[in-house]
Design a protein around this ligand. Sequence first.
Ligand SMILES: [Zn+2]
Length: 337
Amino acid sequence: MSTGRPDRKSRTAAFWRRACTALAAAVFAVTAQLPVTSAQAGPAKLHVVATTSMIADAARQVGGEEVRVRELMGPGIDPHAYRQTRTDIAAMTRADLVLWHGLYLEAQLEEFMHKLAQRRSVVAVAESLPKDRLLRHDDYANQYDPHVWMDPQMWTGVVAAVRDALIAARPNARATFEANAARHIAEVEALAAYAADTLRSVPEQTRYLVTAHDAFNYFGRAYGFEVIGIQGISTESEAGLNRIAELVSLLVEKNVGAVFVESSVSDRNVRALIEGAAARGHKVSIGGELFSDAMGADGTYEGSYVGMLDHNVTTITHALGGTAPARGMNSRLSAGS
Ligand SMILES: [Zn+2]
């Protein structure tokens, strides 16, 4: 954050004058230690804005040193409900390339993105996936299920779309982008193979994945799980009491012992389900927290696409009676999961 332009930052300056002096000094000290500010980044980097953290991760993996990536939606942010802020708009209108998911995931950004696409490079990276590989959903007659990152094999198509968008924006770095994309796609394919092996250890009769919202259908299709989202495919619809009662019956009938909470969705409905089952004498526990529509905290293993999925695979496998290595697919990278 630059403080060098008092005319444009007068409101910020007023805020700091009111704020505690010690805090202001501490923040200034931290800012002053940063080696490079955005103003000094130089023209060498391609400035990319990505909506979700998963797309930002793909852009960093493929772009490497050539890019500077800013993500709009950090840990715990729900993309179905997210609205652009004034800062986001400024970043997107200045960026060399804007990457968004599409498939109606960022429902509140649709209109803005279509307008921006008339004057900037804007690419909806999931919309290039072959339509016959996309799932439809009962709740949305003319839409596809956007949660394609839940199947690593599908995600490799998105990584390829990110690669192509970066090449179009900076053709002279084609070789770098192609090499980085090939490396990352191989890593994601290794994740897909690991997930298949590990999830196969879950007994067939317990392969029910009950989660807060309907984000896991691609996961279910890839690995043979029946997926039940308490809320519909978007987090905007409220799960009705009838839906809860219906799901309680299903948990009791199928003897499902664990349901999952999600990092970017309220756990209220999941708890209602557990209480409903308890009232009918059936014990259901929380199988753990899954990352559905956003990755984990920056700087952690779960704050990467591979780490996020690896965490989900481990959590689901353990909760539903399978066996997984305690630290997942790549224990030397796993920090305290
Ligand atoms: Zn979702």
